[in-house]
Design a protein around this ligand. Structure first.
Ligand code: SF4
Length: 202
């Protein structure tokens, strides 16, 4: 017999949204893992390439471990394998000449440049949504990340929302309501950065 209201046991909106995010993340991961296995990488190694790609100066192992949510020993194993394959190299940390940082070699950089191809299908789907919907989605995801950061459950991001130069809602213009004090200019809501090289933490 059909229930009178098949939606009566529907979980709360927050639970369904998380479930949707989790399903989307799984689909994206599947695409990335196919790319990783073709390149002879494991998923953690793929993440290391992605994390270091926009940081040509290199980063320390502890930072990598924190971003990956794994132990320093596990990050070290994955990094050593990338070094032996010629995709990663050790260098001096820019903030402390006695410390070691890891950075991509030119070959590693080339390889990392192809990783976004693995999720092109998802980017194409996203780009078919109306621009307003894309902006609202991005805005909501940034707000969720902010909440998770406040609860100390999200690794550091070089994002506008956590940058000392960011001034929210400073202008009346609905298209560019924010302000970047670094360049002293209005910042369009649709261009809020998730990983800005000029980021400075508060
Ligand atoms: S410096 Fe970069 S991260 Fe900071 S507010 Fe400006 S654009 Fe955003």
């Amino acid at each position: 017999m059909k229930p009178e209201q098949p939606w009566q046991d529907t979980p709360p909106l927050s639970a369904r949204t998380l479930s949707a995010l989790s399903r989307i993340a799984s689909v994206l991961r599947a695409g990335e893992w196919q790319f990783a296995s073709r390149a002879g990488l494991n998923p953690t190694q793929l993440d290391i390439l992605q994390l270091l790609s926009p940081r040509p100066e290199g980063m320390r192992l502890n930072w990598l471990a924190e971003q990956l949510g794994v132990t320093a020993a596990s990050a070290s194993d994955s990094a050593s394998s990338l070094v032996s394959k010629g995709w990663l190299e050790k260098t001096r940390a820019v903030d402390d000449g006695r410390a070691i940082a890891l950075r991509l070699t030119p070959a590693g950089h080339d390889l990392a440049g192809h990783i976004p191809e693995a999720s092109q299908f998802a980017e194409a789907a996203l780009s078919r949504l109306p621009p307003g919907q894309q902006e609202a989605l991005y805005d909501s995801l940034l707000a969720l990340i902010r909440q998770l950061q406040q609860a100390e459950r999200f690794p550091e991001l070089r994002a506008c929302i956590a940058c000392r130069h960011f001034q929210a809602q400073r202008h009346a213009d609905p298209v560019a309501p924010h302000h970047c004090a670094l360049v002293d200019a209005p910042l369009p809501a649709a261009l809020l950065r998730l990983d800005c090289p000029e980021f400075e933490s508060r």
